[in-house]
Design a protein. Structure first.
Length: 225
């Protein structure tokens, strides 16, 4: 049984896709993806030996050792080009997720769908996608233990770059205004306010940065109405 965060990731994976879970940890997402479609290829990959051992154990206990392959490797280096069409990367920083995709261009180029759940660095990750011939098809918010998470589904294809507010809040989230959207906006404002408070103590050399942060807060406050 997945929590709402990982269930939202699983729900975004196309049902007929072949898929790799990068940074699989205990393999729970990979198991759910195989349960959804037991005829598809599912690979569970992780950089470190410990999580790979844990994933193998979990997958074995579920009875899927012959169906889900566990590989140890650095990001998409665990894959060969074209062997899956969808990749999930959940629970890492947005910049790290972008770096993982950028590090293996031959593998990334053959993918059709990315399902990403960054812990931070959302603006950077969204910008990277649009700079590298990807665009966001769908987005969700989920809440686990009081924290709101963003889940992004991206597909190949060039589209116009996102605006500043779309980079921060998410273009589909802005359009759909799902449950928790107001909380999502307020969380971003609160984070910026902490930065503002720190900058206000920094003296005149922080003046330009402080002005940018205050302008960004004002921009986001328009979405609290």
């Amino acid at each position: 049984m997945l929590d709402d965060r990982l269930q939202a990731v699983a729900d975004f994976v196309p049902e007929d896709s072949s898929v790799a879970d990068i940074g699989t940890d205990h393999g729970y997402l990979a198991i759910e993806l195989f349960k959804i479609n037991n005829s598809r290829k599912v690979i569970a990959a992780d950089l470190n030996a410990g999580p790979c051992q844990a994933a193998r154990r979990t997958i074995s206990e579920a009875g899927f050792s012959d169906s889900i392959e566990v590989r140890q490797g650095d990001g998409l280096a665990a894959l060969t080009s074209g062997e899956v069409d969808t990749v999930c990367i959940a629970g890492m920083g947005g910049k790290l997720e972008a770096d993982i995709l950028e590090a293996q261009p031959d593998v990334t180029a053959k993918l059709q769908c990315l399902v990403l759940q960054p812990q931070n660095g959302f603006e950077y990750l969204r910008g990277w996608l649009y700079d590298h011939n990807w665009h966001i098809e769908d987005e969700k918010l989920s809440k686990v233990d009081g924290r709101v998470y963003q889940i992004i589904k991206a597909i190949q294809g060039h589209k116009e770059p996102l605006t500043e507010v779309e980079l921060i809040l998410g273009p589909v989230l802005i359009e759909k205004r799902p449950a928790m959207f107001a909380e999502h906006v307020q969380n971003n404002i609160d984070q910026l306010d902490k930065i503002r408070q720190g900058l206000q103590k920094g003296g005149s050399h922080t003046k330009d940065r402080l002005a940018k942060i205050e302008a960004r807060i004002k921009l986001l406050e328009e979405y609290t109405l």
